[in-house]
Design a protein around this ligand. Structure first.
Ligand SMILES: Cc1cc2nc3c(=O)[nH]c(=O)nc-3n(C[C@H](O)[C@H](O)[C@H](O)COP(=O)(O)OP(=O)(O)OC[C@H]3O[C@@H](n4cnc5c(N)ncnc54)[C@H](O)[C@@H]3O)c2cc1C
Length: 412
């Protein structure tokens, strides 16, 4: 018998876990488990439910312990994968060599027949002097826990003035964290800064207007059309020359593709994401080169763009999942061809469909757009919990998903 061929998935986030589970299940159905092995690599041992991270930064230290928070929104990868016959390797990805079809991990070299890049994104500071040094990012549970520690150390009032928390970046993460911190800590002054004409510049303008009003009602000072030029340990200097003093500075101003894929010879977008074709396959940067038929990219590290309709798939959890279906479907067809099996018809979803994105704006208030309708208040907030349940059900067996959902909803 030939040795097993590896299907390697890099990254255990939203895209990677879905892709690995889907491919492994289909290989079992096709009785190909003796021919192919699915391996997922991540440097962390847990998969994190990112949509709740903003709350971690805001929840007071006295009310929930850090380990309880971690348990509520992170899920051991080994358990999620091994029940689906996927091998998990906890390791760091150092380099990928498409010519030799191998991935260099910290502890070993891993050959592959097919590779899925799903390493996500990282915080982008746009080289603004002082930002990386003085601002706190909000990308991981550790980032959020360190923000809540910094907030806990703030005095209610210093020299007669409230402590000041400044959030730079008025996308959903900035909005969510500013609102939640203000809601739970009315004693602080919170400012939210964004360089665009309005906050939530990628969302429907009606949503942005409602959210701005809601933030201002909560007491958040919203500043738009102001670009940060540098930061010191106590102040932000704006393009207008104005200075904004802070006690804690948060940076939610942007992300770029994870740099582990930087050295790959593939076409990239301005933010370093890998340009893929409609099947999620990577393309060589050199003019006239063929498509790389053994390497796919999905999620935040991929750039899906429809030139005819000028559409770009957003970097969101739901889209990472959709893109994992696209890559898995195409790869499974290729495997069936290689194994002389009938190629099953599989319909892939579109990466450009506008899926509902719920934006929580403090406590039990949230807002979302479903088709042309804007839904707000507790109904939208409840909707976000249903999305969370749906997500857990998509990666866990029924009983485990329900238990995880209750645990995450009840812990904080
Ligand atoms: C605070 C926050 C809130 C968000 N809220 C929402 C929301 O409400 N709704 C929504 O749709 N989207 C939300 N997003 C965006 C969403 O999380 C991303 O779009 C999604 O996680 C992308 O999935 P992915 O599979 O591409 O990458 P990720 O989920 O980021 O996973 C990438 C994985 O790759 C691993 N990795 C990276 N580099 C290496 C390496 N060198 N070696 C080993 N492993 C590596 C990482 O450890 C990680 O597990 C939020 C993001 C953040 C940061």
């Amino acid at each position: 018998m030939d040795s097993l061929k590896n299907i390697v998935v890099l990254g255990g986030g939203f895209g990677g876990v879905h892709a690995a589970q889907r491919i492994s299940r289909e290989l079992q159905k096709n009785k190909l488990q003796d021919r192919y092995k699915v391996i997922l690599v991540d440097r962390h041992t847990a998969h994190v439910f990112t949509p709740r991270i903003y709350e971690v930064a805001a929840v007071p230290e006295a009310s929930v312990r850090a380990d309880a928070i971690r348990n509520a929104i992170s899920f051991p990868l080994r358990a999620l994968l091994e029940r689906e016959h996927i091998e998990f390797k906890e390791d760091s990805i150092i380099r990928i060599d498409p010519e030799r079809r191998s991935v260099h991990l910290q502890s070993q070299e891993l050959p592959y027949e097919y590779l899925i890049l799903a390493t996500g994104s990282e915080t982008h500071y746009f080289d603004i002097p002082g930002i990386e040094r003085y601002a706190r990012p909000l990308k991981t549970i550790d980032d959020a826990l360190s923000i809540r520690k910094a907030i806990a150390s703030l005095k209610d009032v210093q020299d007669g003035e409230s402590s000041h928390i400044t959030v730079v970046g008025g996308g959903p993460t900035g909005v969510e964290v500013a609102a939640e911190i203000q809601m739970r800590n009315l004693k602080f002054q919170i400012s939210l800064l964004d360089p665009h004409d309005r906050i939530l510049s990628d969302f429907d303008a009606r949503i942005a207007d409602i959210v701005k009003e809601k933030l201002e009602k909560l007491g958040v000072h919203v500043v738009t059309r102001e670009r940060v030029t540098r930061a010191t340990d106590t102040a932000l200097v704006l393009e207008s020359g104005e200075k904004i003093y802070f006690d804690v500075l948060l940076w939610t101003g942007g992300v770029r593709a994870n740099k582990v894929t930087n050295a790959l010879p593939f076409r990239k977008s301005a933010r370093g994401a890998i340009v893929v074709d409609e099947f999620a396959r990577c393309q060589y940067a050199k003019e006239g080169s063929p498509v790389e038929t053994h390497v796919y990219a999905i999620g935040d590290v991929a750039y899906f763009h429809d030139e005819d309709r000028d559409l770009t798939a957003p970097a969101r959890a739901r889209h990472a999942i959709v893109e994992s279906e696209i890559a898995a479907n195409h790869m499974l067809g290729e495997i069936e061809k290689a194994e002389n099996l009938p190629v099953k018809a599989r319909r892939s979803p579109s990466p450009y469909v506008d899926t509902p994105y719920v934006i929580p704006v403090g406590g039990k208030y949230a807002i979302t757009k479903v088709g042309p309708f804007i839904i707000q208040g507790w109904i939208a907030h409840t909707f976000s919990h249903l999305i969370e349940l749906n997500y857990f059900l998509s990666i866990m067996p029924f009983g485990t998903a329900i238990a995880a959902w209750f645990k995450s909803s009840l812990t904080f």
